[in-house]
Ligand binder design. Structure first.
Ligand code: DP6
Length: 327
C-alpha cells in the first residue's frame, strides 16, 4: 500500500464554461480557456486500503460527510472502475486558501484527487487521460491538470473532452489580482448553475459566439496583445453573467462592491493601466493585469469600499505529485 500526495492549482477562466451537453460526463456546451493560479492550491493524499469498509474523507482537517463526501465517493468510483479495483480509499485534502475566501476549490480539488488517486492505484496516466477523468469530478478541474495557459476542448465524447496547455506559465507575465468582497457569501453552486443555463434566452447567443471569442482570446494571448485580450475577456464574463441573471430562477452573483470594482477597472484601463476584470460564479472580482501594473492594481483595490481582502497569483504550473510513501 502506498500513499500518494498531489498538488493542483486553482484556475481562472478567460473564456467561460457555463452549461453542459451531458451533465453526467460534464461535456460542456463550449470550449474554454484559462490560466492556472500559482500558490492557490489543493493538496490531497490518497491511500487505497483493503481494511476500509467505506471511503473516508478529511477536508481541511475535518471529517467530511454529506454532499462533499458523496461527490468524492462518486469520483473515486470512476477511478476504481478505471483501475479495476474494489478497494476503498482514505483521502486527506486541504486547501492552502481559507474555505469561504470566495476562491473556487472544486477545480484544484478534483485535479489533485484524480492525480493522487490514480497514482496510488498504480496507474500512470498521461495528461490527456488525467484531464478527462478530472473533468468528471468537476468540469473546470480538467483545466487544472496541464500547466500555465490552458484550453479545454469541449469534444463530443468522454475521450475528446480534455484540456491541454497552449502556453507555459512564463509565456506571459499576467497576474490575477483577486478582490474578495464577501468571503462568507453562500453562492448557488456551479452545478445547479450549469443545469439552469439553458433556461436563459441568452445562452444560445452566448454559446453561438464562444468559439470565435476563444480564437480571439487565444490569439491575443499568444501575441501578448493586452488590449484585445482585455476586451474579449470582459465581454465573455459579462455574457456569462447575463445568462446567469436571465436564467429561471435567476442567479445574481454580483454585490454592490462587485459592480463598483468593475467600473473602477474600466477607468484604470482608460488611464493606461493594463488591467481587465472577470468573474466566476460569485461576487469576487478577478483583475487580470500585466505584472508591471500589479502593485498599483493591488493598492488601488485595497482602498475600495467593500474589498475585504486582496490576493494575487501569477500563472501556475501543472498538477504534480509531491510525495509517495510506502505503507
Ligand atoms: C463560472 O467547474 O465549478 O467558474 O463542473 O459543476 O464542478 P462543476 O462546475 P465548475 O464550473 C465553473 C464555472 C465558472 C466558469 C469557468 O471556470 O469556466
Amino acid at each position: 500500500m502506498k500513499t500518494v500526495t498531489a498538488r493542483a492549482f486553482s484556475n481562472i477562466a478567460f473564456i467561460k464554461y457555463w452549461g453542459n451537453t451531458d451533465d453526467q460526463l460534464r461535456l460542456p456546451v463550449n470550449s474554454s480557456l484559462s490560466m492556472n493560479l500559482d500558490g492557490i492550491y489543493t493538496e490531497t493524499s490518497v491511500r487505497w486500503d483493503e481494511a476500509l469498509a467505506s471511503d473516508e474523507l478529511t477536508l481541511n482537517n475535518e471529517q467530511a460527510s454529506g454532499a462533499s463526501l458523496n461527490r468524492v465517493v462518486a469520483h473515486l468510483d470512476s477511478i476504481r472502475q478505471r483501475a479495476n479495483i474494489q478497494t476503498y480509499a482514505q483521502v486527506l485534502s486541504s486547501n492552502n486558501f481559507p474555505t469561504g475566501a470566495g476562491i473556487a476549490s472544486s477545480a484544484s480539488a478534483f485535479a489533485a484527487l484524480t492525480l493522487a488517486a490514480t497514482q496510488a492505484a498504480g496507474l500512470d496516466l498521461n495528461k490527456h487521460e488525467l484531464s478527462t477523468l478530472a473533468r468528471i469530478g468537476s468540469g473546470s478541474a480538467s483545466r487544472s491538470i496541464p500547466a500555465g495557459f490552458v484550453e479545454w476542448h469541449k469534444g463530443e465524447s468522454h475521450d475528446e473532452s480534455y484540456a491541454e496547455s497552449i502556453a507555459a506559465p512564463d509565456y506571459w507575465d499576467l497576474v490575477d489580482v483577486i478582490a474578495i468582497v464577501n468571503s462568507g457569501h453562500k453562492a448557488v453552486g456551479s452545478r445547479e448553475g450549469h443545469h439552469s443555463a439553458n433556461t436563459s434566452d441568452l445562452q444560445g447567443a452566448r454559446v453561438a459566439g464562444a468559439a470565435q471569442r476563444l480564437e480571439i482570446c487565444k490569439k491575443a494571448l499568444l501575441e501578448r496583445d493586452f488590449a484585445t485580450f482585455a476586451e474579449v475577456v470582459e465581454h465573455d464574463s459579462n455574457l456569462m453573467h447575463a445568462v446567469m441573471m436571465t436564467s429561471r430562477p435567476p442567479l445574481f452573483y454580483w454585490l454592490p462592491p462587485t459592480l463598483a470594482i468593475m467600473e473602477q477597472v474600466r477607468l484604470w484601463r482608460e488611464v493606461g493601466l493594463h488591467v481587465c476584470y472577470t468573474l466566476d460564479a460569485g461576487p469576487n472580482v478577478h483583475c487580470l493585469c500585466l505584472a508591471q501594473d500589479a502593485d498599483e492594481v493591488k493598492a488601488g483595490l485595497a482602498k475600495l469600499t467593500g474589498v475585504e481582502q486582496v490576493r494575487s497569483a501569477i500563472p501556475g504550473g501543472a498538477a504534480h505529485v509531491i510525495s509517495v510513501s510506502e505503507g
